[in-house]
Ligand binder design. Sequence first.
Ligand SMILES: *[C@@H]1O[C@H](CO)[C@@H](O)[C@H](O)[C@H]1NC(C)=O
Ligand SMILES: *[C@@H]1O[C@H](CO)[C@@H](O)[C@H](O)[C@H]1NC(C)=O
Ligand SMILES: *[C@@H]1O[C@H](CO)[C@@H](O)[C@H](O)[C@H]1NC(C)=O
Ligand SMILES: *[C@@H]1O[C@H](CO)[C@@H](O)[C@H](O)[C@H]1NC(C)=O
Ligand SMILES: *[C@@H]1O[C@H](CO)[C@@H](O)[C@H](O)[C@H]1NC(C)=O
Ligand SMILES: *[C@@H]1O[C@H](CO)[C@@H](O)[C@H](O)[C@H]1NC(C)=O
Ligand SMILES: *[C@@H]1O[C@H](CO)[C@@H](O)[C@H](O)[C@H]1NC(C)=O
Ligand SMILES: *[C@@H]1O[C@H](CO)[C@@H](O)[C@H](O)[C@H]1NC(C)=O
Ligand SMILES: *[C@@H]1O[C@H](CO)[C@@H](O)[C@H](O)[C@H]1NC(C)=O
Ligand SMILES: *[C@@H]1O[C@H](CO)[C@@H](O)[C@H](O)[C@H]1NC(C)=O
Ligand SMILES: *[C@@H]1O[C@H](CO)[C@@H](O)[C@H](O)[C@H]1NC(C)=O
Ligand SMILES: *[C@@H]1O[C@H](CO)[C@@H](O)[C@H](O)[C@H]1NC(C)=O
Length: 842
Amino acid sequence: MPRRGALPVGTLLVLLQLAFVLSPLAGCLLDPCLEITPNTTFRCTGLNISGVPDGVPNTTQSLDLSFSNLKSLGSNYFASVPELQFLDLSRCHIHTIEDNSFVDLHRLSTLVLTANSLQHLGKAAFHGLTSLKKLVLVETNRTSLSELPIGHLHTLEELNLGHNSITSLRLPKYFTNMTSLRHLSFFSNKITSISRGDLDALREGNRLNLTLVLSLNSIKSIEPGAFAGIHLAELALRSALESSMMQTSLQGLAGLQVSRLIVGAFSDRGRQQDFEGGLLNGLCQVQMEEFVLICLRGFEDDTDTLFSCVGNVSTIRLVNLGLEEISQVPVGSKVKQLECKKCGFDDVPALKLSLFKELRVLRITKNRSLKNFEQKFEGLSNLEVIDLSENRLTFSRCCSPQFQNCPNLKHLNLSFNSYIRLTGDFINVENLLYLDLQHTTLFGPGSYPVFLSLQRLIYLDISHTKTKVESQCTFCGLNSLQVLKMAGNSFADNKLANNFKNLSHLHTLDISSCKLEHVDQSTFHALSELKELNISNNKLLTFDPGVYQPLQALRVLDFSRNQLIVLLDSARETLPDSLLLLDISQNLFDCSCVYLDFLEWVKEKQELLQNKELMLCHTPSYVANVSLPRFDLSSCHISAGKISSSVVVLLFVVVLLFLVYKYYFQLYYSVVLLSGCKHYAERGDTYDAFVIHSSKDQEWVTKELVEPLEGGRPPFHLCLYYRDFLPGVPIVTNIIQEGFLSSRNVIAVISADFLESKWCSFEFDIAQSWQLVEGKAGIIMIVLENVNKELLRQRLGLSRYLRRNTYLEWKNKEISKHIFWRQLTGVLLEGKNWNHEETKLM
Ligand SMILES: *[C@@H]1O[C@H](CO)[C@@H](O)[C@H](O)[C@H]1NC(C)=O
Ligand SMILES: *[C@@H]1O[C@H](CO)[C@@H](O)[C@H](O)[C@H]1NC(C)=O
Ligand SMILES: *[C@@H]1O[C@H](CO)[C@@H](O)[C@H](O)[C@H]1NC(C)=O
Ligand SMILES: *[C@@H]1O[C@H](CO)[C@@H](O)[C@H](O)[C@H]1NC(C)=O
Ligand SMILES: *[C@@H]1O[C@H](CO)[C@@H](O)[C@H](O)[C@H]1NC(C)=O
Ligand SMILES: *[C@@H]1O[C@H](CO)[C@@H](O)[C@H](O)[C@H]1NC(C)=O
Ligand SMILES: *[C@@H]1O[C@H](CO)[C@@H](O)[C@H](O)[C@H]1NC(C)=O
Ligand SMILES: *[C@@H]1O[C@H](CO)[C@@H](O)[C@H](O)[C@H]1NC(C)=O
Ligand SMILES: *[C@@H]1O[C@H](CO)[C@@H](O)[C@H](O)[C@H]1NC(C)=O
Ligand SMILES: *[C@@H]1O[C@H](CO)[C@@H](O)[C@H](O)[C@H]1NC(C)=O
Ligand SMILES: *[C@@H]1O[C@H](CO)[C@@H](O)[C@H](O)[C@H]1NC(C)=O
Ligand SMILES: *[C@@H]1O[C@H](CO)[C@@H](O)[C@H](O)[C@H]1NC(C)=O
């Protein structure tokens, strides 16, 4: 049977869930602007609005309205945000910008209008932008510069007109007034020719530092003289010149003075070029400091003219040309820096390169087909830096024979190659300061002291070179060394012994990932200047204070990813005061409360410790993966509390046991007493009184108490322990059950003996407490003669004065006896149940 009401409840739940899901969305719709930094930076993208959104306060300095549907900007459009410095209006479907749209933005420094197909641009559209430095008009359907109303923007430093349809580079006169202009880009336009006079506006004034980007145009001709007398910081001509016309076009650059000239293509559209006709000959008339030739193809052979016009340029970079050889080097070349990146050599062309007599820096990098290093560099007396990294070089007898008469060589970078065999011969390169061999398989280091003659070397990187340090003297001779990087190698027996003996100037040592298991006491003795030690990612179990004690100048210590359990107090004390960063993350920390002081220390040293989020407890298992800095120390304190409380409990139990032992009988009575208590109501009263007395007074009791009372009229039943207690039942039980529980009254026969007997006192005490508990039986105190009154007062205490109790003194005189009997029978008669027989007797 379908349950009524089930459906509405389900629906309600779904609706509720929907409400929860939708409410944040609704929030988004209500407040579409994201506050990136409070009050100053807002991003409100993708809106269908007109005008600045209301949520944007007048304190805003940076506003991103991109991807909104603004269509048209009218005057004073941004009046509500006068503090704006940055405004992004990319892709806002703007077709019209009316006069004075930005007139309130006196502080605006960057205006981005990318990807708006502007059709109507008022003559005064950009008025008021008195601080504008950067104007981006990329992809705005511009066809010419002359109708662009920006002449008054004298503060402009960057004007980007990329991806438009501008056909002419004729710069309007107003450019003469833009004396701050540093960057002018016509990237990807439709410029087909450059004529004399086009750049006249740049010729006037002392404009020294303009970058002009003409890349991605289809320039077929540059009229000679067009660039004459022009000074530029950079001219970029990548994929700018039609290939067939390249040579003649370049001739049009004659007279240009430029810091950096970039000619070539983009890698995705590398163009085939032919050097045969002296492609770069036009550059003879260009004065430049740096020449970059990039991504042109077809240089495989016939490169004789490559350097003919750029031989006096101080820096040449040849990038991704597939160049296979250096064929001609002009005599007296002044090239100081030469870089050949992604060239196509198979052998380092050392012979030809040695003709660049002025060479100071040489880089041949990133070609995996470069394998041989057989030729020698010869007589490059200025050469300081050689970078042959990221090739696939394989050679032996490194590193002296390769460098004849290169006495100034200071940097040698052979990193990321295939295989190099070091012989220890560095005679020709004894002045080396930097040697980088990382990630190249090495033979030599570790087996014998190959670095002996590099007394000046300050930087040595042999990380990941498959080196195994077996010789104690591996680093001998490196007396000036400051930086030693040898991560990812190994040491004999996975142990650091006295390997760094004489490296007393070392300030950085990286021995991470070296499989280390042990560090000898003396290892770091000489390293008193060491500032940075990276010993991470090894298998060290301990941080032995003695080992690290000499490192008193240490600032950075990376001990992460080892198997440390704890940093003991002694170890923490050896850490020098100079230490700024300590990384002990990813170790196998023991978070037992035994190491409470360590855990507390971690909390204190939050600033010193790095990668705190990776400091996790390893043991005990119930706290595994708990973050150490967030470890709850109170749990340890609590268990300390637990310990003390259990000590207290234990003491209490001991005391209790002692008391039980001592007062066993008394306790036992009390137990029986209490159990009797429960059954009291069920019992009938058998006796009129239970008589407590000292055994020495038994005679008096029998004669003066029992006989007259039991034989008198009416007869009373007395409970006497020597007569009425049940045989075979413990006497205590008898006292309670037969005595107290079965009697209406207690008669205490108090004599000197009674007061002295502990037993009697105890019975009397029970009688007193029984009376308190049950509030029923009265105690009849019969005081015999010759009793010490002082002692009596102490014993009986208050009981004597309680209303229910009766205090009688016995005197062996007839008259007193008479009164005594009247009083006693009177008390005993109260509440007596008469049985049938007795009534008859009466
Ligand atoms: C942002 O502006 C509000 C109101 O103008 C002001 O109360 C608040 O302090 C400002 N916040 C900051 C970070 O300036
Ligand atoms: C944008 O808003 C206008 C009215 O202000 C409306 O006619 C148009 O349909 C909206 N466009 C979109 C995509 O929501
Ligand atoms: C910004 O608006 C507040 C009121 O919201 C006003 O008091 C303040 O003068 C305005 N600041 C400027 C610069 O307009
Ligand atoms: C670019 O502007 C021309 C008028 O100058 C116009 O005809 C053409 O449609 C515009 N192109 C785009 C994509 O808006
Ligand atoms: C350059 O600026 C001056 C003064 O601001 C002005 O007189 C002159 O007309 C401007 N020249 C051009 C070509 O805009
Ligand atoms: C030229 O501009 C570049 C940045 O574009 C800058 O690094 C350099 O210092 C400037 N040189 C001069 C002489 O202003
Ligand atoms: C380089 O300069 C020297 C003199 O400084 C000159 O003789 C030589 O022709 C120049 N070479 C080039 C290619 O400009
Ligand atoms: C290295 O040179 C070879 C031969 O010219 C060429 O095929 C290869 O593309 C070059 N490698 C790189 C990474 O440039
Ligand atoms: C050596 O070259 C590699 C790869 O280009 C580079 O990462 C490293 O920093 C260079 N070494 C030195 C000491 O400059
Ligand atoms: C240790 O270095 C000192 C200079 O720092 C040098 O004089 C001494 O010869 C070196 N000893 C060894 C064994 O290299
Ligand atoms: C220590 O070396 C490891 C790599 O072995 C690296 O990830 C880590 O950043 C280095 N530590 C420091 C402090 O440089
Ligand atoms: C601790 O984290 C590691 C890695 O995330 C995981 O493999 C492991 O099971 C976790 N241990 C516990 C007890 O959660």
